[in-house]
Design a protein around this ligand. Structure first.
Ligand code: MD3
Ligand code: FE
Length: 214
């Protein structure tokens, strides 16, 4: 989706790194419907604060939908087909999620993207995600598609090594980022969320990350 008017209102689309593209406002029009689907998923599989293998409670609350969901606990990080809280399969991926993820991937040059996992992160003010790599998936040739909703965040985008200098990229409601190619394994994180109130989500940012996990 190319922006038509009001170009001053948002930053232009940008290639962040080889294989990584920001699609500014790509899902703005679908925002209300996406948020309604997030709430439906969360009614069946509530947001919860998981613990890292080292025993730290994550400040970000998470849930999942799709055939596989990402979890962390004392035993490690992994994808599982059932919600450990209750034992039921994760809620199905809403059709709209699959459509949006595929459209964004196609726009960024990755046709045929069929995610089997959607990890949903909920940030409240002060929540953050420290620098990490996403390496629990099987096939790194498959990109990750990330959809930002709600309060803005400063995304930290590093390089292939933990010590590489991280760029700061502002992500707003409706922005989508597609991470493929070499960038797929780059270190990344999210700076502590600043206090605020979003018209649709309230005091929160929600990020959907679509993955091919299995
Ligand atoms: C860059 N989530 O869930 S999404 C995560 O905003 C995660 O909630 C952040 O990092 C969030 O693992 C960032 C953007 C993202 C996702 C995967 C990536 C950026 C990435 C994989 C490789 C490089
Ligand atoms: Fe990540």
């Amino acid at each position: 989706m190319q922006q038509q008017g009001f170009a001053f209102a948002r930053e232009p689309d940008e290639a962040l790194a080889p294989g990584a593209r920001v699609l500014r406002g790509f899902v703005c029009e679908a925002g209300v419907a996406l948020w309604a689907e997030v709430q439906r998923v969360a009614a069946a599989a509530p947001f919860r604060h998981m613990h890292t293998p080292g025993g730290r409670r994550m400040s970000v609350a998470i849930t999942n939908c799709g055939a596989r969901g990402w979890v962390t606990d004392r035993r490690g990080y992994r994808y599982v087909t059932e919600d450990p809280q209750g034992g039921a399969p994760w809620p199905a991926m809403p059709a709209l999620f699959g459509e949006v993820a595929a459209a964004a991937a196609t726009a960024a040059g990755y046709p045929d993207f069929r995610p089997d996992a959607c990890l949903i992160n909920r940030y409240e003010p002060s929540a953050r995600m420290t620098l990490h790599q996403d390496v629990d998936e099987r096939d790194f040739d498959q990109p990750i598609v990330s959809v930002s909703l709600g309060l803005p965040a400063v995304f930290l985008f590093g390089g292939a090594a933990r010590g590489d200098k991280a760029r700061r990229v502002s992500l707003q409601h409706g922005d989508v980022v597609v991470w493929g190619g070499p960038s797929r394994r780059f270190f990344h994180g999210v700076a502590p969320l600043r206090e605020g109130e979003h018209a649709l989500l309230g005091r929160a940012r929600v990020n959907l990350t679509f993955r091919v996990a299995g």
